[in-house]
Design a protein around this ligand. Structure first.
Ligand SMILES: Cc1cc2nc3c(=O)[nH]c(=O)nc-3n(C[C@H](O)[C@H](O)[C@H](O)COP(=O)(O)OP(=O)(O)OC[C@H]3O[C@@H](n4cnc5c(N)ncnc54)[C@H](O)[C@@H]3O)c2cc1C
Length: 471
């Protein structure tokens, strides 16, 4: 596409709807290529659900709780039996300050790249036209050659649950929790539910975690999922697997959860964290000739193009993997597809999993269950954090690193890490795992010299442990 010449102040080469990671990645790629771009954002600040309600606040809350736990468990600090106690409302302050920093930084990206931001809610009115309804109710019309839908997702709210009740929350509204609960029920034990279970339990709050499946985070390697279950159990989280709600009853001072199995439980509040819906219902998609599926999601091709040639979609609104990390990349790839007519880049096949529970979990590649089902002759190399000097120094002895490799070629097939900083540690292994040909073998970890003492050394220990199993 040629460099744009502005034709009218309300016409753009591309209008990107949504300023989360997907929209930002796309807008930056497009403006840097010289296109005239507008980003539409219905909130008063940029950053998307990622910055304001999702990734950033939950990670900031988790970080504070994890430091409190570290302080309270360390003999260095608690010599005089001093313990820190905090509340959810108190630790929200740190999250708010990070949100502020992120928002200012992201606004700076748009300002520096002369990208127009239009604040208001977008809806299509024609194939190349959209209406923007601003906070004061004014409706303006804008046209574009192309559109990128990056409107993200929101928590799924079943109709029979009363989310207007002051003690019933979802993962967005939990951030405005005003009272300090002593007992929380979390309905849904996916990644978001499990992360919030860690946050609340770390603050000393009683947590009942209701799982609609038969095990926690069943997509993980079984050992990782079992380790999380054990640590939740050990820290006092009550997990109930294979349960479905019958009724969620709001009372004056809390909530009663009625389960289809006949059980009942009572708590000060309930966090409903069971599924998400794509934000497409308010876009009037039929005006542009599109239709979302029952979960509000859009289907796309390798270029992130939808069924309508000039409309693209990225991020949570297209479903899997529904991660901020992937949404940024999808945004950059769609920009390339629009500018060059074809995207050369592709999302990597093995997207790492980062789960910020306490302890943290991260993995890349295959699980033991997948390799066994595929009859791959693999072997396992393990390192336990408690045997690493750096972990002993830092008091991080809970955790392990597991490398799965082919017993004949020593090709790395999967890496699974459990423990503090797992989401960082995994990237050392990922760099080798992603190498093509002979670069991707256990030998790298055996032949290289690691800084000492480091957590990275776990790779050498695990590799040697695995090698010793070969005969
Ligand atoms: C609690 C929680 C924790 C998470 N933790 C992680 C994590 O640790 N790591 C990770 O990678 N991912 C995490 N995620 C997922 C991550 O936040 C999402 O994958 C990511 O935000 C998706 O980016 P996006 O650009 O598609 O949408 P979003 O970030 O949701 O942004 C969409 C934007 O579009 C705007 N919008 C919607 N409709 C309109 C409209 N009609 N007009 C104008 N603007 C509109 C919205 O206001 C919003 O600002 C988490 C999510 C949650 C909820």
């Amino acid at each position: 596409m040629s460099k744009a010449t502005p034709t009218s102040s309300s016409h753009f080469d591309v209008i990107v709807i949504g300023s989360g990671p997907g929209g930002e990645g796309a807008a930056m790629g497009l403006t840097k290529a010289g296109l005239r771009v507008a980003v539409v954002e219905k909130e008063s600040t940029v950053g998307g659900g990622c910055t304001h309600w999702g990734t950033i606040p939950s990670k900031a809350l988790r970080h504070t709780v994890s430091r409190i736990i570290e302080f309270n468990q360390s003999p260095i600090y608690t010599g005089d039996n001093q313990h820190i106690h905090s509340t959810f409302s108190a630790i929200l302050g740190h999250a708010q300050s990070v949100i502020g920093k992120q928002t200012r930084m992201r606004q700076g990206f748009y300002d520096r790249n002369l990208c127009t931001i239009l604040h208001g809610s977008a809806r299509f009115s024609n194939t190349h036209e959209m209406e923007l309804t601003t906070a004061d109710g004014t409706v303006d019309k804008y046209t574009a050659d192309k559109f990128v839908i990056a409107t993200g997702s929101r928590p799924y709210r079943p109709k029979d649950v009363d989310f207007t009740h002051p003690r019933v929350y979802d993962s967005d509204s939990i951030l405005s929790l005003q009272h300090d609960p002593r007992h929380v029920i979390i309905y849904g034990a996916g990644v978001i539910g499990s992360e919030y279970a860690s946050i609340f339990r770390g603050l000393g709050i009683k947590v009942d975690l209701i799982n609609t499946r038969d095990r926690l985070l069943s997509f993980l390697d079984n050992e990782m999922s079992d380790s999380l279950s054990y640590h939740f159990w050990n820290s006092g989280v009550l997990i109930r697997n294979d349960e479905t709600y019958e009724k969620i009853e709001g009372t004056k001072e809390g909530v009663i959860l009625h389960l289809q199995s006949g059980k009942k439980m009572k708590a000060d509040c309930l966090l409903f964290a069971n599924g998400r819906t794509g934000n497409t219902d308010s876009l009037n998609l039929k005006a542009v000739g599109l239709k979302a599926d029952s979960r509000g999601q859009l289907s796309v091709n390798d270029n992130y193009g939808t069924a309508v040639e000039h409309v693209y979609a990225v991020g949570d609104v297209i479903g899997y993997p529904s991660l901020a990390s992937a949404a940024y990349d999808q945004g950059r790839i769609v920009a390339q597809a629009i500018v060059e007519g074809q995207a050369n880049g592709r999302l990597i096949d093995h997207i790492p999993t980062g789960i910020y529970t306490i302890p943290e979990i991260s993995s890349v590649g295959k699980t033991e269950q997948e390799l066994t089902a595929a009859k791959v002759p693999y072997e396992v190399g393990r390192a336990q954090f408690k045997h690493l000097a750096r972990a002993q120094i830092a008091g991080m002895d809970v955790g392990s690193l597991k490398i799965l490799f082919h017993r004949e070629t020593k090709e790395i097939l999967g890496i699974h890490c459990f423990g503090e900083r797992a989401a960082e540690i995994i990237h050392i292994g990922q760099a080798i795992f992603e190498q093509k040909g002979e670069g991707n073998t256990l030998d790298y970890f055996i032949n290289t010299t690691f800084n000492y003492p480091t957590m990275a050394e776990a790779y050498r220990v695990a590799a040697l442990n695995g090698l010793n199993r070969l005969f």
